[in-house]
Design a protein around this ligand. Structure first.
Ligand SMILES: [Ca+2]
Ligand SMILES: [Ca+2]
Ligand SMILES: [Ca+2]
Length: 444
């Protein structure tokens, strides 16, 4: 036993040695190269018209510095030099420090001190260099011509990544009645005011970087935005109308977070007699969670056998058969009422589809459902980010068909059913007004 023990210890020692050698020769230099060049320019990104600020910094200075100089290269067709700022940086107390733009595409910065030098082992910022973005090319900003006390130091170049002025989300598909908040990206890009258009018509102007589009008209629509200079972007929103054409159909439905919603599957003018059937309802399990199925009062109520199961996430399978009276040809009515629990944080469209039809309905046409989750009107009728008496007025005008409303919105585009009962009524206007007053309301 004893010699074997010794061998094991010996092997462990050898393995440990190999690990240490590998670590020492391979990993440590990689670390050093990646994070600890002596002189470093950071990486920045921005869109046309935005200001980008690069920071030049020192990592663990190899020696004292009382005099230094270097050049920073850049693409002058992409970046326009604005200024260099030494405030709060290690060179702030130098006797003389400055930056210049001696030739196109070069920033030269240098300085010296007759007082305390920048001490060896110092770490921190040396300068902040600002540019305006005027072009759209990604490129590297090298550090070169290191002079005096920093000559010979290792360097890490900066890089610039262009970000396009754009709109998010890019091309969306939504159910009629839903809404989407479009926003200008990236953050900080563009000069207000912004002009928003839907299909070329101005719908909003102001400093807001977001626009809430309400899907009222079926088809493809162009959402565009431009800033007060020359920047513009556009995207498309496809509004899907509810399809109720199928012999087997799921009607349009909507629900709010955490609430149960009952969604029927129905037959419309049965093409033939049915005594045996099966089908799958497919849905997005991140939005809907299947709870239960109820056959009471439906065409399947008198079938000897009928059942619904949830064999996979996002699938409810329904089947049944009878030896008694079948569903007659030409029949119209619900087959089952499915209860789901809704999960959502913002207005989301999602489809429920009918698949895998079996037996006597196998060849039937189908149409699914455009389901709206968390798309209840929020009471801010004119989308100015606050609820005010004007919102209540516009809801009331919509009920009275005083069109267009005082909000300047056509009645058919007003989102005023805050009670989510499918109808715009004086109750909705009252609810919005109570919410403005801070009193209990249907919007709580
Ligand atoms: Ca439908
Ligand atoms: Ca408002
Ligand atoms: Ca209502």
């Amino acid at each position: 036993m004893r010699p074997i023990m010794v061998d094991r210890v010996g092997i462990r020692f050898q393995v440990l040695t190999v690990i240490l050698v590998v670590f020492g020769f391979l990993v440590l230099p990689m670390w050093g190269g990646a994070i600890a060049a002596d002189l470093e320019l950071d990486d920045q990104s921005g869109g046309l018209g935005s200001t980008v600020v690069f920071t030049l910094s020192v990592n663990n200075a190899p020696n004292n510095v009382s005099s230094l100089g270097l050049d920073i290269g850049f693409d002058p067709t992409v970046l326009q030099y604005v200024s260099a700022d030494f405030t709060g940086c290690l060179l702030e107390s130098f006797t003389f420090i400055d930056a210049s733009n001696p030739e196109s595409g070069v920033i030269r910065t240098g300085g010296f001190t007759v007082g305390e030098p920048l001490a060896a082992a110092s770490t921190g910022c040396l300068a902040r260099i600002s540019f305006t973005v005027i072009g759209n090319t990604d490129h590297v900003l090298p550090l070169s011509s290191l002079k005096d006390d920093i000559s010979g130091w290792t360097t890490k170049a900066g890089s610039f990544a262009y970000q396009e002025f754009g709109l998010e989300p890019a091309s969306v598909s939504i159910c009629q009645g839903g809404s989407v908040e479009f926003r200008v990206v990236p953050e900080g890009i563009g000069t207000p005011p912004f002009t928003w258009r839907v299909d070329g018509l101005v719908v909003q102007t102001g400093d807001a970087r977001t626009y809430t589009y309400r899907a009222t008209e079926e088809g493809q629509h162009t959402i565009s935005v431009e800033d007060s200079t020359t920047l513009s972007a556009q995207t498309t929103a496809t509004v899907e109308d509810e399809d109720d054409s199928g012999a087997l159909d799921i009607p349009a439905a909507s629900g709010q977070a955490g609430m149960p919603v009952i969604i029927p599957v129905r037959i419309q003018s049965a093409p033939n007699e049915v005594s045996s059937l099966g089908f799958d309802v497919q849905f997005d399990p991140s939005i809907l969670q299947f709870d239960s199925a109820d056959f009471t009062g439906t065409l399947l109520e008198n079938f000897e056998f009928k059942q619904a199961s949830n064999p996979l996430p996002g699938v409810v399978r329904v089947g049944g058969f009878t030896v008694g009276s079948p569903i007659p040809s030409g029949a119209t009515g619900d087959l089952v009422n499915l209860t789901f629990i809704v999960s959502c944080q913002e207005c989301t469209s999602s489809s429920l589809d009918l698949e895998a039809l079996k037996d006597h309905i196998a060849t039937w046409t189908t149409s699914g459902s455009c389901f709206l989750a968390c798309c209840r009107c929020d009471g801010d009728v004119n989308s100015d980010s606050e609820i005010s008496p004007l919102d209540a007025l516009c809801a009331f005008e919509t009920y009275l068909l005083i069109c267009p409303t005082s909000c300047g919105i056509p009645c058919e585009d007003v989102c005023c059913d805050v009670s989510d009962d499918g109808d715009c009524s004086p109750f909705d206007a009252q609810c919005i007004f109570l919410k403005y007053l801070g009193l209990p309301s249907c919007l709580d």
